[in-house]
Design a protein. Structure first.
Length: 455
């Protein structure tokens, strides 16, 4: 694109800012408002695969729906033919500033206090996109996608790789998007979650602190070994980085509100009028899911000093209702057949023959009613994990030692290994409830074992 060219008779190209294999990014002037804008142009004649077009259209759709002061506003998107070549154009608000990668490359060194300020702004942005329903996952938070203005405000840009949590959880793989060093391991197997953005945010802060790509830093047990390269004065910042940089996304248990509170603590939080107690309090602060379940959930949760208890609805899935209908039909058919045999004075062997079929029907109906209306009760403490399946007055409790209880994992459902068995729970729960329940169970297990919630 050349300076002076018009797009859609409205946007005049000022200069080209960058060029890729299939398009360019230009600074343009909006002739309608007189303001500067960014025009991203995708040349369809140079596109090697349709996935590039899909990502481009996805970014336009997502930007149009986002409304946050630190996300560049959507202006317009359209198709334009330039010299006979079809092109897609996305126009967004222009932010006067430089991306963090460029700033560091040009010699910028931020104080720890300034970096904590950047972290607080980024957590506010991420909290917003994750609060949408379904949550929006950026999937490529890194220094090049964060623009800082001279007044200290930072903005998150480039939403071409976004995906929502519902679609990501519904399939085994998705487009591999991310920047090495800033994308967590689960993202490279197509299982990005909202916690994947937390990893990218923390890795970006590490880059600002060390001026080195996280991919070039030493690791210990697959986790970035920050202690070997930098000393962090703020215990709150250290806690957030330690938790959000966990290789296993299930261990990134620190919520955004908890992280925001920790980031507000400066180095002075480690020493106060009462000595080192505040720092100890920080390390002991729970990093599990929020004490209350998501709004509207029927889960009952009670947190204790050495564990906790949960009452979880067993199911309520459409499959359970279908099986219930089958059980009712089965029983009706068997009862009618038995009644007909009695009316026709059939020999007793016919009645005996019906007993197993009646038992099967009752068993199916009982199992379905339990699935629809039953509850699973969990008690977690130093003595072990006790669980019982409760339906009306029927209940049977079992206890498993803590050393035989594995971590609750989420794989198209929730699974908890207890000894030689695997307990499945929460089949009828919403995705967000399942995430919350997994984190709460794992947090209670850590508490019962006397372990800290964040390493």
């Amino acid at each position: 694109m050349n300076a002076g060219e018009l797009l859609a008779a409205r946007f005049e190209i000022v200069r080209q800012l960058g060029r890729g294999s299939a398009g360019a990014t230009c600074l343009a002037m909006d002739m309608r408002t007189g303001g500067k804008v960014i025009a991203r142009i995708l040349d369809l004649g140079l596109v090697s695969e349709w996935k590039s077009v899909e990502l481009f259209e996805r970014e336009a759709g997502v930007l149009k729906a986002l409304h946050h002061p630190r996300i560049p506003a959507y202006v317009d998107s359209f198709r334009a033919d330039v010299g006979g070549d079809p092109r897609f154009v996305l126009v967004r608000e222009y932010i006067e500033g430089r991306d963090l990668q460029e700033m560091v490359d040009n010699g910028w060194r931020g104080t720890e206090e300034r970096i904590r300020g950047i972290a607080r702004q980024l957590t506010d942005i991420v909290a917003y996109i994750h609060s949408l329903r379904p949550p929006v996952i950026h999937r490529d938070i890194n220094p090049r996608n964060i623009v800082a203005r001279d007044d200290g405000e930072v903005f998150l840009v480039d939403f071409g790789g976004v995906q929502d949590a519902i679609r990501l959880s519904a399939r085994a793989a998705s487009t591999l998007i991310g920047t090495p060093g800033y994308a967590p391991m689960e993202q490279f197997v197509g299982r990005a979650t909202v916690r994947s953005d937390l990893y990218g945010l923390a890795a970006t802060l590490v880059f600002l602190l060390t001026r080195r790509s996280p991919a070039d830093l030493p690791t210990k047990n697959l986790k970035l070994d920050l202690a070997s390269v930098i000393e962090i004065a703020s215990p709150g910042l250290a806690r957030v980085l330690s938790n959000w940089l966990e290789p296993d996304e299930a261990l990134r248990t620190l919520t955004i509100p908890e992280a925001a509170a920790l980031l507000a603590q400066g180095p002075e939080a480690a020493v106060g009028a009462a000595g080192p107690a505040p720092a100890a309090a920080l390390s002991a602060a729970p990093a599990h899911a929020a004490p209350r379940p998501p709004h509207g959930s029927r889960i009952v949760f009670e947190l204790r000093g050495d564990g906790g208890s949960l009452v979880v609805p067993v199911g309520g899935s459409p499959g359970g209702r279908g099986m219930g209908s089958f059980g009712i039909v089965w029983l009706v058919v068997v009862v009618l057949w038995t009644y007909s045999a009695v009316r026709m004075s059939a020999p007793p062997s016919f009645l005996y023959f019906a007993i197993p079929f009646l038992a099967v029907g009752v068993g199916i109906l009982r199992r379905v009613l339990f699935t629809l209306f039953g509850k699973l009760e969990l008690e977690i403490g130093p003595a072990g994990l006790s669980y019982s399946r409760r339906f009306i007055l029927a209940s049977r409790r079992r206890t498993v030692p803590l050393e035989d209880v594995g971590e609750c994992r989420m794989e198209r459902g929730l699974f908890l290994d207890i000894g030689a068995r695997t307990l499945r729970l929460g089949q009828g729960l919403a995705f967000r409830e399942q995430e919350w329940l997994r984190d709460s169970i794992n947090g209670c297990l850590k508490r019962a074992r006397g372990l800290p919630f964040a390493s």
